[in-house]
Design a protein around this ligand. Structure first.
Ligand code: NDP
Length: 337
């Protein structure tokens, strides 16, 4: 089946039309379409249009509020809290971003607490937006029980990504964004859809046996990256994105989710640091550039985010291609089928 070529403007228009037809108001549809288009543009396909049917399912089941009106509060001198009003994460993130950046510049360090949101996207999007303003940033979110704790054979943690961003002297910031699972859920789903095997270590089947079959992993459990080390990172994310801020742990999200295929309710924590307030205001940028230069002097080494940024250059004018079956499905969802 052939792919459908789309410009990024066409991706945005298609996503907006589909979301609006399924219950998103203008502000929510625009913020979510921006997020989906950014993922498509960097060729992070597992968090681009591929996710749109899941977003629509969550709107149609009534789990997610397509007209959410996230509210912003200061709950401590350096803590901003956004109540997402049961909506998707992107609009809540947009509303919280400037208050967070302002507090980080005032105080040196600040936190953004997001509750009652449904996060289904890549975290680099919100981290890069802060790092582009000269801030160092972190983001953490939990999801549903999909990944076994080290030693276990049943899903317990979410895929629990962590993202970190650092501003550069020139060009886009350095941002890494990685699941604490050996592989993001979306990648496993795409492998199952396309019939590809996965490397050893990604998951176990329903009997707790190691398997490279993506469908068997979806029926069993994913594994953390690096054994107990990834498991501890996943544990930290549960605590930061749920225990600390009064939201649902991944196992609680699973217990309460309606399994419509869309994102479960949960929370997110972001931290922003103004490097100019940490004791090396004159030197921090150039000094860290020497770290990158020295690192990149070795053949075969690259910075995280470089793949995405290179993709962004090619898709800006060249657009993307979308699997025809997915494109047809989205056009159908936009038409009400
Ligand atoms: P990857 O394993 O593909 O990549 C993780 C990070 O490592 C990226 O920053 C990537 O940069 C970098 N990287 C990859 N290869 C190299 C290399 N050779 N040298 C240096 N850096 C490298 O991502 P994951 O599968 O772990 O996660 C995918 C996405 O899933 C993330 O965006 C995450 O936010 C999202 N996610 C979202 C969830 C949610 O609930 N909303 C849950 C779980 C995951 P680059 O991009 O440039 O390759």
């Amino acid at each position: 089946m052939s792919d459908v070529p789309l410009t990024l403007d066409e991706v945005h228009a298609l996503a907006t039309r589909c979301l609006a037809a399924n219950g998103c108001d203008g502000a929510n549809a625009a913020a979510l379409a921006d997020t989906l288009t950014a993922a498509e543009g960097d060729l992070c396909v597992s968090h681009g249009l591929f996710r749109l049917p899941g977003y629509v399912a969550a709107l149609r089941s009534g789990k997610v509020n397509g007209a959410a009106d996230p509210g912003v509060d200061e709950i401590a001198p350096s803590v901003v809290r956004v109540d997402g009003d049961g909506g998707f994460a992107p609009l809540a993130l947009v509303r919280g971003r400037e208050p967070l950046a302002e507090k980080a510049r005032d105080q040196g360090i600040a936190a953004l607490v997001l509750v009652d949101i449904h996060h289904f996207a890549a975290l680099w999007i919100e981290v890069e937006a802060l790092a582009e303003q000269g801030l160092c940033a972190f983001a953490f979110t939990a999801s549903k029980a999909l990944v076994a704790a080290a030693g276990g054979t049943r899903p317990f943690f979410g895929t629990n990504p962590v993202s970190f961003g650092w501003p550069r002297r020139s060009g886009p910031p350095m941002v890494f964004d990685q699941a604490s699972a050996a592989m993001a859920r979306g990648e496993v789903m795409i492998a199952a859809r396309d019939g590809h095997d996965l490397p050893p270590g990604v998951g176990l089947d329903a009997d707790g046996k190691p398997t490279t079959n993506a469908k068997e992993i979806l029926a069993g459990t994913q594994l953390p990256f690096g054994g107990y080390k990834g498991s501890s990172v996943a544990l930290m994310v549960e605590i930061l994105a749920a225990g600390l801020i009064g939201e649902r742990f991944s196992f609680e999200a699973s217990e309460r989710d309606n399994n419509d295929g869309g994102p479960a309710r949960g929370g997110e924590l972001m931290l922003a640091i103004d490097p100019r307030r940490f004791g090396d205001a004159e030197g921090y940028l150039d000094h860290t550039e020497t770290l990158f230069e020295k690192m990149l002097a070795q053949d075969g080494v690259r910075l995280p985010g470089d793949r995405r940024h290179a993709n962004r250059e090619t898709t800006r004018d060249g657009g993307v291609t979308v699997p025809k079956a997915l494109h047809d499905q989205i056009v159908g969802l936009a038409a009400g089928s």
